[in-house]
Design a protein around this ligand. Structure first.
Ligand SMILES: Nc1nc2c(c(=O)[nH]1)N[C@H]1C(S)=C(S)[C@@H](COP(=O)(O)OP(=O)(O)OC[C@H]3O[C@@H](n4cnc5c(N)ncnc54)[C@H](O)[C@@H]3O)O[C@H]1N2
Ligand code: MOO
Length: 389
């Protein structure tokens, strides 16, 4: 049973710092992810244009592509996506053209419908040489660097690189394996009669994603020690998260399993409520994070250790940080030793506790914008905030 008293628990802010420091010393190997999976990851290398933008000379307006001086004889029509070599223009000729369509060879400019006078097989108007054509490569030339290493891939970046011909992106994104433990934990159907539905497995991939990592596998295990040892030892990835088994009951084997794997323990218990049974440890190859089985406590532990760890592994800002402090409403009191994390809704510079914040419940966190951080020495009124992932 317990060999460590409560006094050994790390102060909450120090635990977060320790996770960030460890993450800063661990860089995941670069890997290529399909564009559909690259959102939110950090670029491992500069990205160059594989094709120019536009990739061909295209009309920027609906109207007429013209060559030479007007009036022009209408010789055809070019719609977007039409076969590339359909038309070649000679001086004095025009084709009706759609925005985005490839302009015929030897086009000088495009005359928009609004400026054109058309009839009797001819068209005339004030065409200006070179205008209203998006010339190949004028926005981006092939080979140009369009995104630099270290950029967090956002939706626009995905659209950009797709338009330049990429199928994958080189990213730094820690691979995370999740082991959910507990004989009583089920993955489908109604809970009851001593069984509970896994609430942590469904929650973690989104949290990991927002911190720039990817969950590769969520495995469910019982409470026996030997299978847990095998599963922890064999779990692939840069980070292995073990849920449940973090406390000091007869089925809580994580500490002894980590000791058998010669893991170095960095944090064993954090002075926060909920979520004090948390673990951070590592071998040369892998970082281990132990989360409590109570789902509300697991979420607090995830934002305490897992999120800062993953963010620091790719050198990005912690996605939970950056909110300004707010006036904490309601009757919240500080705990004598532990930092309390209170789920709140934000309204301007005010934070209102939402309740339903017991360690076993995610109901409050599911409706909240942030945790209000209430340290033991809290003076009342304003509290720091930690954005909920
Ligand atoms: N003697 C002590 N007992 C406990 C302490 C303590 O300090 N001394 N701490 C309590 C706190 S606080 C927590 S939190 C839990 C953490 O325990 P474990 O991490 O070992 O988790 P379990 O005992 O397996 O489960 C706790 C609770 O959560 C339910 N659970 C577990 N996994 C899931 C899941 N994936 N989804 C939903 N619910 C889950 C489980 O059925 C239990 O009800 O220890 C306290 N005890
Ligand atoms: O601290 Mo436990 O992790 O509250 O439920």
């Amino acid at each position: 049973m317990s060999g460590r008293g409560h006094g050994d628990h790390r102060p909450w802010s120090q635990a977060r710092e320790a996770a960030g420091l460890l993450g800063g010393r661990r860089s995941p190997a670069p890997r290529d992810l399909p564009l559909t999976e690259a959102l939110g990851a950090v670029l491992a290398a500069d990205v160059r244009a594989l094709a120019g933008l536009p990739a061909f000379d295209a009309s920027a307006m609906d109207g007429f592509a013209v060559a030479g001086r007007g009036p022009w004889r209408l010789v055809g029509r070019q719609l977007a996506g039409a076969s590339p070599e359909s038309v070649v223009l000679r001086p004095g000729e025009a084709v009706e053209i759609a925005t985005g369509a490839r302009v015929p060879k030897d086009t000088d400019s495009v005359l928009p419908y609004e400026l054109a006078v058309a009839g009797g097989g001819t068209v005339d108007g004030p065409a200006e040489a070179g205008r209203h054509v998006r010339w190949a490569g004028e926005e981006t030339a092939p080979g140009e660097t369009v995104l630099t290493r270290g950029t967090v891939v956002g939706p626009a970046a995905l659209g950009l690189v797709a338009s330049l011909g990429h199928e994958t992106l080189p990213v730094l994104s820690p691979r995370v394996s999740v082991l959910v433990t507990g004989d009583e934990v089920t993955t489908s159907g109604l809970p009851g009669d001593g069984s509970v539905r896994d609430a942590i497995g469904p929650m973690l991939p989104g949290i990991v994603d927002r911190a720039g990592g990817r969950v590769g596998e969520v495995r469910h295990l019982g409470d026996d020690r030997r299978p847990m040892l095998g599963a922890v030892a064999d779990a692939g990835g840069d980070v292995v998260v073990v849920c449940g088994s973090s406390s000091r009951g007869p089925a809580d084997h994580l500490r002894s399993v980590l000791a058998e794997l010669d893991a170095h323990v960095v944090v064993d218990g954090v002075a926060c409520r909920p979520g004090h049974p948390q673990l951070l440890a590592h071998t040369d190859r892998t970082v281990f994070v132990g989360l409590p089985g109570n789902p509300g406590a697991a979420l607090v532990a995830a934002v305490t250790l897992l999120v800062p760890l993953l963010a620091a592994m790719t050198g990005r800002a912690d996605p939970c940080e950056g909110l300004s402090p707010a006036v904490l409403e309601g009757r919240v009191s500080a705990h004598p030793r532990d930092t309390r994390l209170v789920p709140v809704r934000l309204d301007g510079d005010r934070a209102r506790p939402v309740g339903h914040d017991r360690p076993g419940s995610l109901r409050g966190a599911a409706q909240a914008d942030a945790y209000a951080v209430v340290p033991p020495d809290w003076g009342g009124a304003e509290a720091d905030l930690l954005r909920l992932p």
